[in-house]
Design a protein around this ligand. Structure first.
Ligand code: ASP
Length: 479
């Protein structure tokens, strides 16, 4: 779709010339020779591994891209699982590299990887051979090119196949996604390089998941990191929209393992999404949000297998009123509460700081810190806490001389999230009466200062019951 906007709705000033070409609407100033594309919408589309797992999936992706000419920049993942029990190409590459490094036989694994790409190439009837690429990869594996190099080849090769299939240029992510000498991602250098490199490419394929350090060595993001590459490309080209195509139709109001057919979320803000993602609703890599948050570029999560589903729009802000008071419910199990009791604690300056210092010294982050007059609890991840338990207890005794330290394990946290809660009275009341009616004992309550969420701590065995009760009261009862 082209946005004619200014160009056709008012007469262009005489110094500007406007023409329509195959590239879209182009403009140029009278004195200059260069025509520049103007008033054209740009969409960046990222496809996840399951969307590109086979030639059949590739065809669906091709149809999606061709259905909208604004879909200009394509970020592919590596081929993912084709069926339950299948292995992602990224995992096969890690295995293969370790086999090479460990002196084990790796030829079978490498052949299997090659076969995955060959099926796609043959199924799409492409005139393309990756033979040479595989020779380079095998050589680099034996030269100890690194685990990140190995993993990145999944996206690299899929990028080459995709560019060939679409007939558009391939831009190697190693050229444009920058990490520093220490291996930390460099957003400023990346934005500059990506922006400059793509300025003259009307369309391009940029593989996800990896970039390079200044010495050229390959470095990947954490797993699922192609989402981040998509965001970075969207930011650099000032896209109008970043479409993230996966195998679900966006975010759901609750975990489908707990609630049968939960209602899909049509619009969610970045902040709401962050709260829900943190609480386990993982559709998008968490770090994919940060590059776009301040750019006003929305993300649309879509389903490659049901392309007509509108999916979820993730936006910075919206006056779109949610249908329900809450946007979604998230939750995670596996927390411990460490409660410190001490008479007159409230009069002791620096008490909280000294408690938290003990956790900091042990390298632990905390989730919540509900406090009373003479009690102070710290909620931490059980898995991380367990090996450091005795160190923490001893540290707390030394730091604050408590009357009592109480530990409670196997807790779960549930987040009820929604921008609509701020304006509504009685939300908390409804949540807690629903929980009481379902015989769930509430261990902890924490309303975020932004009134965007209410976090509830319950025993692990009450987790599902609690989520069902909250969902019922807000969604099934339509309030
Ligand atoms: N292929 C990588 C992974 O499996 C990155 C991605 O898919 O986003 O984690």
């Amino acid at each position: 779709m082209l946005i004619y906007g200014y160009a056709l709705s008012v007469m262009p000033p005489p110094a500007l010339q406007v023409r329509q070409s195959s590239k879209g609407i182009e403009i140029r100033a009278n004195q200059k020779n260069d025509w520049e594309i103007g008033f054209v919408m740009k969409k960046v589309v990222k496809f996840g591994g399951s969307s590109l797992a086979s030639s059949e999936q590739f065809r669906k992706v091709g149809d999606i891209i061709h259905a909208d000419e604004d879909r200009r920049y394509v970020v592919p993942s590596a081929p993912g699982k084709r069926f339950g029990g299948d292995v992602k190409v990224t995992d096969m590459l890690y295995d293969c590299y370790h086999q090479v490094q460990g002196g084990a036989r790796y030829d079978k694994t490498l052949k299997n990887i090659q076969a995955r790409y060959q099926e796609i190439i043959d199924g799409l009837e492409l005139d393309l051979s990756l033979e040479n690429e595989f020779q380079i990869i095998e050589k680099r594996f034996t030269e100890e090119a690194g685990e990140d190099y190995a993993a990145s080849r999944g996206e690299y090769l899929n990028g080459i196949v995709m560019a060939n299939y679409l007939g558009i240029p391939f831009v190697d992510a190693a050229e444009v996604i920058c990490f520093d000498e220490e291996g930390s991602f460099d957003p400023i250098a990346t934005d500059k390089k990506l922006g400059a490199r793509l300025r003259d490419e009307e369309r391009a394929v940029i593989p996800g998941f990896y970039g390079a350090r200044p010495d050229g060595s390959i470095q990947t993001f954490s797993r699922g990191g192609s989402d981040i590459t998509g965001s970075l490309v969207a930011k650099a080209v000032h896209a109008d929209l970043y479409e993230n195509w996966t195998d679900v139709s966006g975010f759901l109001m609750a975990d489908p393992h707990v609630i049968k057919d939960p209602v899909p979320i049509s619009t969610i803000t970045y902040r709401e999404m962050r709260e829900l993602s943190y609480m386990g609703a993982s559709v998008l890599h968490e770090d994919a949000v940060f590059p776009l948050r301040r750019e006003g570029i929305p993300i649309n999560v879509r389903n490659t297998n049901i392309p007509d589903d509108p999916g979820t729009m993730i936006v910075e802000g919206t006056c779109n009123k949610p249908k329900y008071t809450i946007t979604g419910i998230g939750g995670k199990k596996g927390f411990v509460s460490v409660t410190i009791e001490k008479a007159m604690m409230n009069a002791e300056v620096g008490f909280g700081r000294r408690v938290l210092q003990v956790f900091e010294d042990a390298g632990l982050t905390f989730e919540h810190i509900p406090s009373g007059i003479d009690t102070f609890s710290v909620f931490v991840n059980q898995h991380e806490f367990e090996p450091k338990e005795q160190q923490i207890i001893a540290g707390l005794h030394r730091a604050v001389r408590p009357d009592l330290i109480e530990l409670e394990s196997d807790l779960a946290l549930i987040a009820v999230v929604g921008r609509g809660m701020k304006r509504m009275r009685g939300t908390a009341g409804r949540i807690f009466s629903a929980l009481a009616h379902s015989h769930v004992n509430v261990k902890m309550i924490d309303q975020g200062s932004s009134e965007l969420n209410i976090i509830i701590g319950v025993e692990k065995r009450d987790f599902e019951t609690a989520i069902k009760a909250i969902y019922r009261i807000f969604v099934d009862a339509q309030i």
